[in-house]
Ligand binder design. Structure first.
Ligand code: PLP
Length: 455
């Protein structure tokens, strides 16, 4: 916690509305004001240093002091600080980024529509799915199936895709075109004795049932993260996506893959789609795209969808969608440099080399009385917290054990995040063994203290 009632503290409490924060409690607890970043570490205004075990919000993949990104931004600011892509205008960073992105993307994703955030990219995906089906003469085919505990953002449409009740309640979400199917968490939702494959089969059958009940002629798309992040780092069971993709194909339902967290090496392949054999019709990227040094996102499209957009222009003229700052040249230049760094420093190979150690260390926590499961892939993980390992019973939310562990971990110099019933970890992709040791040691101490307090 930062120094009580510093000038920053007072001004913050007076004026800042904090996302995903208890706005009532904020007046008394105030903000933690982070002032500096250095490699995998950040520092608060009192000089406390933390290993950022969440890469901020799953995004600062190259850490907090990558000079090449600063130089890329400065160079672009000095050359052309702003231009746009409306009305057939273009600029070199936007063009080069589109080329670089489509070159590394899963096969067939040859076109990119830029935006500024993951939410906007997912929002655009919904609009384009609707536009596409209207242009194909299928005006009824509009519903989007998302998953419980999936996270896709907070705008009216992307917040509707998000399968978390707190993102919906009193915000009048979800919109009626969005339906939610099962969450693929074997730990939480498998029936006793059900294997991963059987669980995957049951969920795929439920998806098919939903498509048939809604009417296949009304279901346009299915959206999923390869590994759900904010819903609790949920790794799909074996065979899940294989079965799901077969069903989507059978009913001519587009597959939108949300790579906002999993993209750019997080899972140990360039994209989560590569880790799970996914063949997206549309794919959204953000966060790691620029290593979080600039806000930028993208929606990648196949030729078939792009062709429909062209048909739209033959019908209507201009494609009437676009954001003032989409492909902002400074953000695009930084993203382009980020991709170059990922490639030059072989970030995917680096993740593959440290991930086994990450899980070796995390799996040592499996025997802890509070730990129900350790799960994840690459440099993305969760430690499930339980009050009873055998029955997998979580602590009641009002006990606040997740936030308690998170706060204790900070006292030990590491930032982790309590979400749902787990503690999430998503360290920068540049992490080395010593960072992983510090992260897991800090969490282990917090777990021991939680055991003494809650056990
Ligand atoms: N999709 C996923 C998988 C995310 O994790 C997030 C944010 O955490 C989003 C979309 C939304 O991105 P943004 O917060 O940039 O709007």
């Amino acid at each position: 916690m930062s120094t009580p009632k510093s000038a920053n503290w007072q001004k913050d409490v007076a004026h800042v509305v904090h996302p995903y924060s208890n706005l009532d409690a904020h007046d008394t607890r105030g903000p933690l004001v982070i002032t500096r970043g250095d490699g995998c570490y950040v520092e608060d205004e009192s000089g406390n240093r933390y290993l950022e075990g969440m890469s901020g919000l799953w995004c600062a993949s190259l850490g907090f002091s990558e000079k090449r990104l600063v130089q890329a931004a400065t160079k672009q600011l000095n050359t052309l600080p702003y231009y746009h892509l409306f009305n057939h205008r273009s600029h070199p960073p936007g063009i080069e980024l589109a080329e670089a992105l489509t070159a590394i993307a899963p096969e067939g994703l040859n076109h990119v529509l830029f935006a500024n955030s993951g939410s906007e990219a997912n929002d655009a995906a919904i609009k384009l799915v609707w536009y596409y089906n209207n242009l194909l003469g299928r005006p009824k085919k509009k519903k989007i199936i998302s998953r419980l505990y999936g996270y896709h953002g907070v705008t009216v449409a992307s917040g509707s895709l998000t399968g978390l009740v707190h993102v919906h309640r009193d915000f009048d979400l979800p919109i009626p075109q969005v339906k939610h199917t099962d969450c693929p968490s074997h730990y939480h939702f498998a029936q006793p004795g059900e294997s991963e494959e059987q669980f995957a089969e049951r969920l795929a059958n439920n998806l098919e049932k939903m498509i048939l009940e809604e009417g296949a002629d009304t279901v346009a798309a299915f959206i999923a993260e390869p590994i759900s992040g904010s819903g609790g780092v949920i790794v799909p069971p074996k065979g899940y996506f294989e079965r799901v993709q077969a069903i989507l194909k059978k009913y001519d339902v587009l597959f939108i893959v949300d790579e906002v967290i999993c993209g750019f090496g997080r899972t140990g392949q360039m994209f989560g789609s590569d880790s799970f054999g996914l063949k997206p019709d549309m794919m959204t990227v953000a966060k790691g795209l620029s290593g979080a040094y600039q806000p930028i996102s993208g929606l990648l499209l196949t030729d078939a969808i792009h062709d429909a957009l062209k048909a739209g222009s033959r019908k209507h003229g201009a494609f009437a969608h676009g954001l003032t700052y989409a492909a902002h040249p400074v953000a695009a230049a930084v993203a382009l440099e980020t991709i170059k760094i990922y490639q030059e420093r072989k970030i995917v190979e680096h993740v593959q080399s440290v991930a086994p150690y990450f899980f070796e260390r995390l799996n040592q926590l499996s025997g802890h009385p509070l730990v129900g499961e350790v799960r994840g892939m690459g440099l993305l993980a969760a430690v499930e917290i339980t009050s009873d390992k055998a029955s997998k019973t979580p602590f009641p939310p009002e006990a606040g054990i997740g936030a308690w562990i998170q706060n204790k971990a900070m006292e030990h110099g590491v930032i982790v995040r309590a979400i749902s019933t787990c503690i999430a970890l998503c360290p920068p992709l540049i992490s080395e063994r010593q960072h992983i040791d510090q992260l897991v040691d800090g969490l282990a101490k917090a777990l021991d203290e939680a055991q003494a307090h809650f056990g």
